[in-house]
Write a protein of this length. Structure first.
Ligand SMILES: [Zn+2]
Length: 242
């Protein structure tokens, strides 16, 4: 079993107190997480957190340490209700789903410009609320992004010329095999949540891998595809019951 640490909703406004604690923790155990950075955050809920002046310099420093900087949407504003017709059948609202290829592509382009301006390289993406449609994939490919941290399965896989790195559970729940990607929203944490997270990091420190190592686990074997299809069915049913 391997774990990839993915943090969501990294932006100029966030819980910097906890982020600094996490950074120290990661440095102490030489852990390289994936940070989903919102390039042009307009989400009101997130804007209520403290603002960091030298945000982009901080992101650059994280990348220099070998942490993976992923693009997490463009402005984190949810516009269209998916009615569970989104690609992974999560449902809920989406920043991308249901919009034209041109509109999705221009959001991605504008987001990438902000990263480029700040000298940050982007190769991977994950959408707010896990919601995509076929146009999202095309828009990403038009902008030379061919990797997405979302989807089902226990190993990264190639589909539609995109490498998907699966992300299965909302909570830190780990199956005893395969690659497990977390989904961590530290803005909602209290001190106790941080304590639990630091315990988890210490417990699993030998199993936590970097994004580069995760990508190397890519498999399009039949057995992995079957596991993927099975997990997809189970998780879609589970979400319906919740
Ligand atoms: Zn988000």
């Amino acid at each position: 079993m391997k774990i990839l640490i993915r943090f969501d909703d990294i932006a100029e406004n966030m819980n910097w107190n906890l982020m600094e604690k996490c950074e120290k923790l990661f440095d102490q155990f030489n852990i390289k997480p994936v940070l989903g950075v919102i390039p042009n955050n307009k989400d009101k809920e997130l804007l209520s957190y403290p603002f960091k002046n030298d945000f982009w310099k901080t992101v650059k420093d994280w990348q220099s340490k070998g942490w993976e900087i992923a693009m997490h949407g463009y402005n984190h504003l949810y516009e269209i209700e998916t009615n569970k017709k989104d690609f992974f059948k999560y449902g809920g609202k989406s920043e991308f789903y249901g919009q034209s290829l041109e509109s999705q592509s221009s959001k991605i382009k504008d987001g990438l410009k902000i990263f480029q301006k700040n000298n940050i390289k982007i190769r991977t993406f994950f959408s707010p609320n896990h919601t995509y449609d076929k146009n999202t994939f095309e828009a990403l490919k038009l902008n030379n992004i061919n990797e997405i941290i979302d989807g089902y399965g226990l190993k990264p896989y190639l589909e539609n010329d995109i490498k998907f790195i699966p992300q299965l559970f909302y909570k830190n729940f780990f199956l005893p095999f395969g690659l497990q990607t977390t989904q961590i929203h530290l803005n909602y944490w209290n001190d106790n949540d941080y304590k639990n997270f630091s315990k988890l990091v210490i417990k699993y420190k030998k199993d936590i891998i970097s994004y580069d190592e995760a990508i190397k686990m890519l498999s399009n074997k039949k057995v992995d595809k079957l596991i993927r299809q099975l997990l997809r069915k189970i998780l879609i049913i589970k979400r319906k019951l919740n």
